[in-house]
Design a protein around this ligand. Structure first.
Ligand code: NOJ
Length: 756
């Protein structure tokens, strides 16, 4: 076998040539010097090879997961094999297996003309085999360190399966809960979104991108996909530049500053220009303003879809527009491969544009060490040892537990005693296949722990468990309600698990009504009539609009889709071995018709300030307040916040004079159990040349409080925190009075007024 090495290829080129930074924290800041090795390679490549380096396809040979994309432009095994031998393919995605990856890589590095290694990618969104909570659920932990650890563990499993690159994290801020892809991101808030984005990139990419247990991160979808009109997937986005920058871009910028070297352009257009052909986004902002040195891949035929958008006339036109805008790799359509050579020969596409895209792709391959070590992350031994390691499974349980939000707990119904007799009811209670949730492509479903299994092992010999499904997710079950009533009648307490099936959220799963489906509501109503204590455990990939017996239940937990350890994690909290500590990353509205609903809205000239409904910006039927606000979440204890105060002594502290000011509050655990409290800092700028939201999250701190303990929590407010995007594309602060408030949610806390 000929050894593929950088030195072989260099053939005398200066070894001092620099490459992309491999230290993630430096990746953006570092100047990339011309690399003689890559330049020489580009000089020798044919147009067909260049077009191939800019084309990636879903892997039909080694796909062993669920169908997650339309069957479009599938390449046959024969075609792919031929392309690899000719050096006309950059890589494949969603095929897995360390040995099979080695076999394909061997063809590329031993038989293709320039021996450029393939890159293998995959949609590893919240776990590979061991599945962690869906990202919106994990965001509820308000715990970036936890997100970093789960991303690290996912990278460990993905790289053991022969992958180099994950199409994650999804960092789209979601403003409308009708949109099914809320499940994949970190919720509605740009600040929390940025914290989670940074943590996930750090976890995926590890300490050094060349390490074999790391994967390249791909923050997606760039950009503003979460702003689709009406929450309808793939729809248009019509927002001003100030909103783009204030709401949708912060998590991306945070991810790139953390060293993410790839991104995926989104399906949507923004004000008429599709993201994939959007030079303002992909070149001016991404590369110009932020200094991004990595590559952009299109989202599954999005360059071809520019024809249907009405932005490109035909395939060749789409290629010219996407590539010139800064989209380097075409995913799945095959259009780049098909048209680039002729477009260059005809003079319709400058060669330098193609070369620049190829350069970016090769540099990323180089940054992860593929030229020196093309068989990295293809070790069959690791494939056997690094999947479902005990510590990874334990982490899945911890992450799931820390993602569950206790919304309501009247008369301390929860936690339940392990000596209780419990009726566990709901369509999902035995359903392993539904546990991973949306966007888990390769889960080890057989080893997932169901609700019933988790409850049984928690109760052990002490308590009794009766189970019944009661209904299917979206249909009645013959005799279902009767069986559920019988189970409930035998028990002291009912635990009802209701909500969405995992197929009801995720890509292309927009809903007009974000409620619990009717057959499950019927079941809840029937059970409520028994007048027994009832705990509701919600399952969902988005916020839900709760009604009837579900809304009125005395205890409610938001459990999202929790992954491999669902049953154990839920039982950990229900039976009080651990206490809940998560907070909502999405607002629960009163009714579906309020969507898009998010806490950081503007005030308007006629805000609803009192119960007086006349001529106010509100709906006839419901108040504007959320049913459960962003940031809300209870523990098994009670806490009290003091009013927010300025830490420094002296009258009317002016931020401007000092550049910063510290604000604080006292947080007291009034209960008999220890608790974890998430103290949140919100600010409001009362006057500005572009009006600012009524509240904006600017910081949070997790406090572990012993029973009776009081802690002072403090935050620093400075001009950078108050800066906001202006219509001239610049971001800076303006003099204003501001309100600062430290509290347990976006709807509580006593503010202090400051001048800036
Ligand atoms: C389409 C999805 O929008 C994207 O998130 C995913 O990474 C690609 N398909 C590849 O599966």
């Amino acid at each position: 076998m000929m050894k593929m090495s950088r030195r072989n290829l260099l053939r005398g080129c200066s070894a001092a040539a620099m490459t992309l930074a491999v230290d993630p924290s430096l990746a953006v800041a570092q100047t990339v010097l011309p690399d003689a090795f890559i330049e020489q390679l580009i000089a020798r490549m044919s147009l067909e090879e260049k077009a191939g380096q800019l084309s990636i396809y879903s892997d039909p040979l080694r796909f062993e997961g669920a169908q997650i994309n339309p069957k479009t432009a599938e390449q046959s095994a024969k075609q792919l094999h031929a392309s690899i031998l000719k050096g006309e393919l950059t890589g494949l995605f969603n095929g897995v297996g360390a040995s099979s990856a080695r076999d394909l890589q061997k063809l590329a590095v031993e038989q293709s003309p320039h021996k450029i290694p393939l890159i293998f990618a995959g949609d590893i969104i919240h776990g590979m085999k061991t599945i962690f909570p869906i990202p919106v659920g994990e965001a509820a932990s308000f715990n970036p360190t936890l997100a970093e650890r789960t991303a690290r563990a996912a990278a460990m499993e993905a790289s053991a399966k022969g992958l180099h690159w994950t199409f994650a994290p999804m960092v789209d801020v979601a403003r409308d809960e009708r949109w099914g892809r809320v499940s994949e991101g970190a919720g509605e808030d740009p600040y929390l979104g940025a914290q989670m984005a940074r943590a996930r990139v750090k976890g995926f990419q590890g300490r050094n991108l060349r390490d074999e247990d790391t994967v390249l991160a791909c923050p997606k979808h760039f950009a503003a996909y979460g702003g689709v009109e009406g929450g309808r997937d793939y729809n248009t986005v019509d927002i001003p530049d100030t909103t783009l920058r204030a709401t949708f871009l912060p998590p991306f910028e945070a991810a790139f500053r953390q060293g993410a070297l790839t991104t995926m352009s989104s399906f949507n257009d923004i004000a008429g220009v599709p993201a994939t052909g959007n030079a303002y986004l992909l070149t001016d902002i991404l590369r110009g303003e932020w200094g991004f040195k990595g590559l952009v891949v299109s989202d599954y035929t999005s360059e071809e879809e520019m024809i249907l958008h009405g932005y490109a006339a035909d395939g060749p036109d789409a290629v010219v527009k996407a590539l010139s805008a800064g989209c380097d790799i075409s995913m799945q359509s095959g259009l780049y491969y098909k048209h680039i050579p002729d477009l260059v020969r005809q003079g319709r596409l400058p060669l330098r544009v193609v070369d620049e895209a190829v350069r970016r792709v090769l540099r990323v391959k180089q940054a992860i060490g593929l030229f020196d070590n093309p068989y990295r992350s293809m070790d069959p031994k690791r494939e056997a040892s690094d999947i479902r390691r005990p510590e990874t499974v334990a982490l899945a349980r911890e992450a799931a537990r820390k993602s569950i939000v206790l919304l309501k707990n009247e008369q301390d119904l929860l936690p339940l005693k392990k000596s209780a007799s419990v009726a566990l009811i709901g369509p999902a209670i035995h359903d392993k296949a539904d546990l991973p949730g949306p966007w888990a492509v390769f889960p080890d479903v057989e080893r997932h722990v169901t609700f019933a299994e988790g409850f049984r092992s928690a109760l052990g010999a002490q308590g009794r468990l009766f189970t019944a499904r009661g209904a299917d997710y979206e249909a009645r079950l013959p005799g279902g309600v009767e069986q559920a009533l019988a189970a409930a009648q035998s028990a002291e307490v009912i635990v009802l698990v209701v909500g969405e099936s995992s197929e009801m959220s995720g890509e292309a799963q927009s809903r007009t009504d974000i409620g619990v489906p009717a057959p499950q509501l019927e079941l809840a109503e029937a059970l409520a009539k028994l007048a027994k204590p009832m705990v509701v455990l919600l399952r969902h990939g988005r916020a839900l609009a709760l009604t009837g017996a579900v809304r009125d239940a005395p205890a409610i937990m938001a459990t999202w889709f929790l992954g491999s350890e669902t049953g154990n994690a839920v039982a950990d909290l229900v039976f009080g071995d651990f206490a809940p500590e998560a907070r909502l990353p999405v607002s629960f509205p009163q009714v579906s018709g309020q969507e898009p609903y998010f806490y950081d809205h503007r005030n308007t000239g006629r805000p609803q300030l009192t119960d007086d409904k006349a001529y106010k910006s509100r709906y006839r039927e419901v108040t504007n307040e959320a049913l459960y606000p962003f940031g809300h979440g209870l523990s098994y204890s009670k806490v009290r916040y003091s009013a927010t105060a300025v830490s420094e002594a002296g009258p009317s502290p002016a931020l401007r004079a000092k550049g910063s000011v510290r604000v604080s509050a006292q947080v007291e655990n009034l209960g008999a159990r220890p608790c974890v409290e998430v103290a949140q800092l919100y600010i409001r700028q009362l006057t500005a040349s572009v009006t600012q939201p009524v509240r904006q999250l600017k910081g949070f701190q997790r406090l572990s409080l012993a029973p009776g303990e009081t802690r002072r929590v403090e935050f620093t407010i400075d001009a950078e925190m108050l800066a906001f995007p202006h219509p001239d594309h610049r971001t800076y602060a303006e003099p204003s009075a501001i309100l600062a408030v430290i509290g347990p949610s976006a709807a509580s806390g006593e503010p202090v007024k400051l001048a800036f």
